[in-house]
Design a protein around this ligand. Structure first.
Ligand code: PNS
Length: 185
């Protein structure tokens, strides 16, 4: 009984819903795909503010710099007034807390994403129980798309139209001549 009461206290100790809910949509976005964009569009309808946050991680040897990725993201999210773009390094939950965000938004494409996402969500919950991870299922039309595959197909001469926003496709064309496209996510 005592245990039960303690458990109840723990459960109800979480802060209540804020008046305005801010969500962080974190990722590498190297580059943004139509799958990401679909999630941003649908996420923008659920939360008061949605911040698309690019991880600064040079170890991944990205194709586009964080600044280029942010520019590409801003071009495509400008139609959503409650969506903004940012970048972060260090712990995601610290970045979320710094923005008073209470939600981390992630997309799940297939069962293969699940284990990785579950590990991250549970670790983030352990670090900050007041920040909730919310998963949205990717649109089936985009469920096979990843930034890594887009870069690979593009480098090998495949058609990527419809997989990334046209502005991103144009940037890939510019970059193709002098880049090693295979690296990164
Ligand atoms: O698009 P990605 O590369 O799958 O995104 C991964 C990302 C950025 C969400 C993840 O690597 C991350 O949150 N990194 C920040 C470091 C961190 O907080 N690690 C502990 C939680 S698992």
């Amino acid at each position: 009984m005592e245990e039960h009461r303690k458990e109840s206290v723990r459960i109800f100790a979480l802060p209540r819903k804020p008046l305005s809910v801010t969500a962080i949509y974190p990722g590498s976005f190297d580059p943004i795909t139509n799958g990401h964009l679909d999630l941003i569009q649908r996420g923008s309808r659920l939360f008061d503010q949605l911040i698309v946050s690019i991880l600064r991680n040079d170890q991944k040897r990205p194709l586009f710099s964080v600044e280029e990725r942010a520019e590409m993201l801003r071009e495509v999210v400008q139609v959503y007034p409650n969506v903004s773009v940012d970048s972060f390094e260090g712990l995601l939950v610290d970045h979320a807390a710094a923005h008073s965000a209470t939600v981390l938004l992630r997309g799940i494409r297939a069962i293969s994403d699940y284990e990785y996402e579950l590990q991250m969500a549970l670790m983030n919950r352990r670090l900050r129980p007041d920040i909730e991870t919310v998963f949205m299922m990717a649109n089936e039309a985009y469920s096979f798309i990843s930034s890594r595959l887009v870069k690979e197909v593009f480098k090998l001469g495949g058609n990527i139209s419809g997989l990334v926003p046209p502005s991103v496709e144009a940037r890939l064309h510019q970059r193709l001549n002098h880049s090693n496209l295979i690296e990164g996510a």
